[in-house]
Ligand binder design. Sequence first.
Ligand code: CMX
Ligand code: CO
Length: 174
Amino acid sequence: MVLPLLTRIDHVGIACRDLDHTVELYRATFGLEVVSTEINEEQGVREAMLRVGSGAAVAGVAAQVAAGLANEAAEGVPLGRPAVLSGTGYVQLLEPLGPDTPVGKFLARRGEGIHHIGYGVTDVRQALSEIGGTGIRLLDERPRHGSMGASIAFLHPADLGGVLTELVQFGADS
Ligand code: CMX
Ligand code: CO
């Protein structure tokens, strides 16, 4: 097994009643832009992916780290590291297609808010096999189609401290 199985935080899934309204809220408040809007009938959602962070930000931080290291080496004085390394992740805003869907039921029970966390994995089938072996309940035995062509699978929140957890692999042929 190659550990850790999770390679990055891919997205935070947020349940909302009105997708267009919530997209506008995130645009007006944070300046986030939608990179993809999709209807996923199988998952029962209309959804938007908003990108947080960019390759440029990562490059900028890398330069900052390199400059800091060079300075420390030259003067022997620690400058301190940047507090946060910026990468690319997404906010996934989710509007239910109906009341009898995962997000529709969640909204009725808990109201709007964080619905799940999506983590990157290198190989979702392999990850499901490894995680299934630990006794965590798999909501998907096989990967399904997710946002922007990803291959996804969900793990039961009751076995993970109340957090619905999604595994996300890009570039897979699910
Ligand atoms: N996070 C944490 N707990 C959750 C939850 C969530 N998102 N959704 C439901 N639950 C909890 C409920 O609070 C409830 O707990 P208690 O019994 O302790 O009160 C329990 O799960 C059962 O709730 P339910 O309303 O009866 O929900 P279901 O059992 O019908 O389904 C779940 C819950 C997680 C199995 C189902 O939502 C599921 O299969 N989800 C995976 C698919 C999905 O969420 N798709 C939408 C996103 C798509 C995408 O990201 O691309
Ligand atoms: Co998701």
